[in-house]
Design a protein around this ligand. Structure first.
Ligand code: 13P
Ligand code: SF4
Length: 325
């Protein structure tokens, strides 16, 4: 059985787990192609296991920026792969499925934003990374859920902020910073499925567990959480806690990452009113078969115009710089 070196968040876990024949084939081809495989925390387990790096949007942006190799295979959604292309434009960026979009990105079309900014001049645009490259190109600075509070705090005090596209994340940042902002009216359909009543019920069934929730959840859900943070910060929070059980209120792929890194702890899927199956249909368009196909064909590839790359790079680089110091 071939062994893979597993890197999660840049850390070699030293786990030589048994791979399926398809995973073995993927790892062989990845080496032949000199590809760097980046995967978001919401990706299916079999992809996470063969990625070079698994992380949140912020970590993935840093990894994409410094990726060597001949190409990047980005296993996540389209706006994340676009970000990789923008920060490392010389590199070919492949995706398993180009149709893997995002309901949040869809809620803010570039032409609608352009019209809004024409009618409302002078706004400082802080865009959550979950938006298209064409929207990033109209932004002053980008943020992720991992650095949103910090980024907003750095915006000059005399500027009025338009925060887009997620009104829930924006509301959380207002709560944390006390800074008022105009909020775009977008949301993530996956996180909107968690309700205060479903979380409350689960808390009562598992009083021993702590609740960790993503800031894309509504204020009512966030109010019931012991910790609200990005997917990457969830890993650190659960690891550093002396508590053994956690109710994880975000997309279900996160459970694979947590269970893999902390096999001695218990992670329960946050419930919606319908089920405990909060799956992002876009993230799950990526399969290991499609990822293998992308390496075989060196396609499909993410393509952006030079002009968009140049315009979108500035606000992303500003974010990377502001969140470093
Ligand atoms: P993170 O940046 O926390 O990984 O979140 C990305 C995302 O799409 C959440 O739905
Ligand atoms: Fe977009 Fe929501 Fe899917 Fe994240 S979970 S990629 S915000 S639709």
């Amino acid at each position: 059985m071939a062994n893979a070196v597993r890197f999660v968040s840049g850390v070699d876990l030293g786990q030589n787990l048994a791979m399926t024949p398809l995973q073995e084939k993927f790892v062989r081809l990845k080496k032949e192609r000199e590809a760097v495989v980046l995967a978001h925390n919401y990706q299916p387990r079999e992809i996470q296991e063969v990625a070079d790096y698994v992380g949140d949007s912020l970590g993935l942006s840093y990894e994409a920026q410094k990726a060597k190799g001949k190409c990047i295979l980005f296993c996540g959604v389209h706006f994340m792969a676009e970000t990789a292309k923008i920060v490392n434009p010389e590199k070919k960026v492949l995706m398993p499925d180009l149709n893997a979009g995002c309901s949040l990105a869809d809620s803010c079309p570039a032409d609608k934003l352009r019209a809004y900014l024409e009618e409302n001049p002078g706004l400082y645009v802080v865009s959550y990374v979950n938006c298209t490259a064409a929207v990033k190109a109209q932004s002053d600075v980008i943020c992720t859920s991992g650095n949103a509070e910090r980024i907003v705090q750095r915006v000059p005090a005399d500027r009025e902020i338009l925060f887009l596209p997620d009104r829930n994340l924006g509301d959380w940042v207002i709560q944390k910073t006390g800074r008022s902002m105009r909020l775009w009216d977008g949301d993530c359909y996956v996180h909107m499925e968690f309700t205060a009543s479903s979380i409350d019920r689960m808390r009562q069934e598992h009083p021993e567990a702590l609740v960790v929730a993503h800031p894309e959840c509504t204020r009512a859900v966030r109010a019931l959480a012991d910790e609200v943070c990005s997917t990457e910060k969830m890993v650190g929070y659960c690891r550093n806690s002396s508590v053994r059980a956690f109710i994880v209120v975000t997309e279900e792929g996160m459970l694979h990452r947590l269970r893999r890194e902390m096999p001695d702890k218990e992670f329960l899927a946050g419930p919606t009113d319908r089920c405990a199956c909060a799956e992002c249909r876009y993230m799950k368009m990526n399969t290991l078969e499609k990822a293998l196909g992308a390496l075989e064909n060196l396609a499909p590839e993410v393509s952006l115009s030079k002009e968009t790359i140049e315009k979108a790079r500035l606000p992303i680089e500003r974010m990377l710089e502001w969140s470093r110091n």
